[in-house]
Write a new protein. Structure first.
Length: 135
């Protein structure tokens, strides 16, 4: 699978104010905008199994590479120690899971993934439960 995405986000400037403990407080936020673009190439390996009662399930593994072509703040992120770091624009991902047809109209997908291979000191994990109902 090959995919790409581009997002442009923008926000108008605004202000907030309140009266707190006898003091008038106000904060102004300026308008802002940013762009993000990424490209992903991945491949899934799977096989369908059928139980004795006819229930179908499909275990799978997906391996991928993502390149973040345009990143917010040139990719710089805030670390857990409140310092700044710039991780690589390249990331490898691995996901594994199982899809099950519970009936002709219901599919269940359980997935777990590690999304930060190749990023020292960064651990991004994912867990998903997806229930699809046809109607």
């Amino acid at each position: 699978k090959v995919s790409g995405s581009f997002t442009r986000s923008f926000s108008d400037g605004y202000g907030m104010s309140c009266f707190l403990l006898g003091q008038n407080l106000s904060v102004a936020f300026p308008s802002s905008s940013y762009n993000v673009a990424s490209f992903t190439v991945s491949n899934e390996f799977n096989r369908i199994f059928t139980t004795a009662d006819g229930t179908q399930f499909m275990p799978y593994a997906e391996f991928g590479v993502q390149y973040d072509a345009i990143r917010v703040n040139d990719g710089q992120v805030l670390t857990g120690t409140l310092g700044f770091a710039t991780p690589s624009a390249w990331t490898m991902t691995v996901r594994s899971g199982v899809r099950m047809l519970l009936s002709n109209a219901i599919q269940l997908d359980l997935t777990a993934g590690y999304l930060s291979l190749g990023q020292p000191g960064l651990d991004v994990v994912e867990a998903r439960l997806h229930l699809s109902v046809s109607f």
